[in-house]
Design a protein around this ligand. Structure first.
Ligand SMILES: Cc1cc2nc3c(=O)[nH]c(=O)nc-3n(C[C@H](O)[C@H](O)[C@H](O)COP(=O)(O)OP(=O)(O)OC[C@H]3O[C@@H](n4cnc5c(N)ncnc54)[C@H](O)[C@@H]3O)c2cc1C
Length: 408
């Protein structure tokens, strides 16, 4: 197990600088265009695939980096480039983590490569948990998966919403109810392979920010998937359900639910994305404050502006430290005994929202226009207190964890 370090190795710095180059040279110049188009930026994803930045190999390398800093470092640089395009590049990762968290080795080997495709034929994947009546409250999930034993197939019915890459994905990972009496403990995750009949895209959402990332409903009508598409396999599911039923009777140990396992693993990475957006806005504001002259001196010479920049920088560094700690803990196999993953996402998300608003203020009228990027960054940052668990839900998780009360 690697010790916690804040010092990147020479090799990590090389990777960081390489991603930074792509973010600066390819993502930033394209950011405003794809924000206006409100479409998935396929040419940019293809560029990323060509250089190996959008690939299973790259993410696996960062994911298995023993220091735990590979993923947060990569996320911060990409989202420093642009959050909407960044999410289009890393959105597949949430589905991949869903498979890594719950799948067998064979499932990981079969499905994750199909999520990414290759440089000549780029693909994306979607993770579908949220539903119109089940956002924060996953126990209200209605999408049903029923086992057809005669055919060894699962039949999925329901409507998923807010799915990043929903409907345009090659592979969809769908969380569904297999035993309605068990609440979230009766959920399981399924792979829906490419071109499976019955899966269709519903409404595509027009959003406030991260507009280059595709978000849509996914409708499942008698979607039949083979038995081997149940993540973790039937035997493991039956054991898990039996344990959950025992626990419901008051005798068994706690059982994790499928969506929770995915979110827990991905929270620090999402926090790192927020750090990238905040840093980008802070840098624009700092440069502007040094150049903009009012009352005969640069505006940074006013303590009111300088202190804002000092607070922005302090909060960004604090957010990064929380993210790096949680990522290291997850990699080192240390349990989040104080909900450190949630802490990192909560603080980084709130920081991104606040810092981007302050950056807009420092740019004055210019900050409010689309001539400057901070207005887009502020719109993009707003999602970081909402998705992957709202700030309120993160506080709830932290409070229950530190109080020793079970998280439902
Ligand atoms: C752009 C975008 C992309 C997304 N991508 C995905 C994806 O790829 N896959 C996926 O499955 N989902 C995705 N989501 C869904 C996202 O995770 C949910 O929007 C989020 O979990 C909140 O659920 P909700 O929108 O239903 O809000 P609600 O749960 O209805 O919450 C509304 C408000 O009530 C508050 N609230 C609710 N319960 C409590 C409580 N107990 N205590 C205090 N406050 C509470 C919330 O904090 C919030 O402020 C995405 C959403 C967006 C907007």
């Amino acid at each position: 197990m690697a010790e916690f370090t804040m010092e990147l190795s020479d090799e990590q710095k090389e990777v960081r600088d390489w991603i930074h180059g792509f973010a600066a040279d390819v993502m930033r110049p394209a950011a405003a265009e794809w924000d206006e188009r409100e479409e998935s930026p396929w040419p940019v994803i293809q560029e990323a695939a060509k250089i190996g930045l959008y690939s299973l190999d790259f993410y696996a390398q960062q994911f298995f980096d023993p220091t735990g800093l590979g993923i947060p470092m990569a996320m911060e640089e990409l989202f420093w480039g642009d959050a909407g395009i960044g999410l289009s590049i890393v959105g597949t990762g949430l589905a991949a983590v869903g498979v890594l968290a719950n799948g067998t080795e064979e499932q990981i080997g079969t499905w994750i490569p199909q999520m990414y495709g290759d440089a000549a034929d780029v693909k994306v994947a979607a993770f579908c948990s949220s539903e119109p009546d089940a956002g924060s409250d996953v126990s209200a999930m209605r999408t049903r998966a029923v086992y057809d034993e005669a055919k060894d197939e699962w039949v999925l019915n329901g409507t998923k919403t807010w799915a990043t890459n929903g409907g345009i994905a090659n592979v969809h990972v769908v969380v569904a109810v297999v035993d309605p009496d068990l609440g979230p403990k009766g959920h399981a995750s399924f792979i829906v392979p490419p071109r499976t009949p019955g899966l269709s895209q519903g409404q595509k959402f027009k959003k406030h920010g991260i507009r280059a990332s595709h978000t849509a409903e996914v409708v499942l009508e008698d979607v039949r998937v083979p038995g081997h598409c149940l993540l973790g396999g039937k035997e493991k599911l039956d054991e898990r359900l039996a344990r959950a039923r025992e626990r419901a009777r008051g005798t068994g140990e706690r059982v994790k639910n499928a969506a929770m396992a995915t979110f827990e693993a991905s929270r620090p990475a999402v926090g790192a994305q927020a750090v990238g957006i905040a840093r980008a806005a802070y840098e624009v504001a700092l440069d502007y404050a040094k150049e903009r002259v009012q009352f005969g001196r640069p505006i940074i010479d006013n303590q009111g502006v300088a202190f804002q920049l000092a607070d922005m920088r302090t909060q960004i560094d604090a957010a990064r430290l929380l993210v790096w700690r949680a990522s290291w803990m997850a990699t080192a196999g240390k349990p989040f005994t104080s909900a450190e993953g949630s802490m990192s996402k909560l603080f980084a998300g709130e920081t991104a929202k606040k810092v981007t608003a302050q950056a807009m203020q420092i740019l004055g009228g210019n900050g409010y226009t689309r001539e400057y990027p901070v207005e887009r960054m502020h719109r993009d940052a707003a999602i970081y207190t909402i998705f992957e668990g709202t700030s309120e839900i993160q506080r709830l998780v932290i409070a229950r964890t530190v109080a020793g009360v079970p998280i439902r």
